[in-house]
Design a binder for this molecule. Sequence first.
Ligand SMILES: Nc1ncnc2c1ncn2[C@@H]1O[C@H](COP(=O)(O)OP(=O)(O)OP(=O)(O)O)[C@@H](O)[C@H]1O
Ligand SMILES: [Mg+2]
Length: 323
Amino acid sequence: MSALLEVAQLRTHFLTRAGVVKAVEGVSFTLERGEILGLVGESGSGKSVTGFSLIGLVDPPGRIVSGSIRFDGQELVGLAPDRMRALRGKRIAMVFQDPAATLNPVLTIGAQMALAVQAHGGGSERAARDLAARTLTRVGIPDAAARLDAYPHEFSGGMRQRVAIATALLHGPELIIADEPTTALDVSIQAQILAEMKQLAKQSGTALIWISHDLATVSSLADRVLVMYAGRIVESGPVASVLRAPLHPYTRGLLDSLPAMARPGEKLNQIPGSTPSLLSLPPGCPFAPRCPRATDICRSDPPVVTQPGRMALCHHPLEMAAA
Ligand SMILES: Nc1ncnc2c1ncn2[C@@H]1O[C@H](COP(=O)(O)OP(=O)(O)OP(=O)(O)O)[C@@H](O)[C@H]1O
Ligand SMILES: [Mg+2]
């Protein structure tokens, strides 16, 4: 059986007044059924635009300029909007960072979840409410049937995010794209929701793409990680091996800036400089201006370095140096 999702050389650009913003520039990866993939990188690296591209929600002035997204063998790039809508919410669902953006303040939780059920032809209102209540229970909302008549403002931020996750789960999608769904929540609720999402994904065989700027969050959740920088995947591999021995100096930099990963007595090291403007990238490796290992050769395009199950785009990968 082929992978659930095969993304090849995806490029999504925004044609702005100031120039062409190459938000996603040659992204390739695959995702197996039931697999949890972390997509990490600093702000502006193209994580959200990648997620929106997968689900067909890139709005002008943005568009997918080339590449392929195959979902269960079906090409999604160029798919007719009505066929994309039929997939979205049913077989592929997305959870956004801000649940307020997805929940309608004037509808009860039950009413909007029933609408989401019925959008994909789901039977009577009664049946839709039953399914909504069962799904809310699965994401840990106590007394769910009674709470269907509450409005979003009657829920805490954590509970609203659980509702958004439950809505994504309604149709038993094969793929959920979760775009920083817990960053607005406090740390203990974050950890709880993370653990629950992982359990739900593993139980139901749902594949999950978890977008986060936080490598620590991803490390506790994902099977594999993609590290994104300036619209490219600069490193990918199984979480454990990437964390233990990153190949790309950027991944090393992200790790060194994590409080939880610092060795006792060591100070945290932020990566110097800031993410480059996608309108004026340097030639060659976009990370070179911030990279402690950069040399002249980094002004040319970096080669793909591979190890079993892993890859990095770098002239001076770390593991190689250690070996
Ligand atoms: N509508 C738009 N018009 C122009 N540029 C855009 C638009 N949407 C996104 N971009 C640009 O695309 C790039 C990638 O943005 P994206 O939102 O994917 O970053 P991100 O990795 O999700 O960052 P964050 O961690 O802050 O959410 C950024 O440079 C952003 O400015
Ligand atoms: Mg984002």
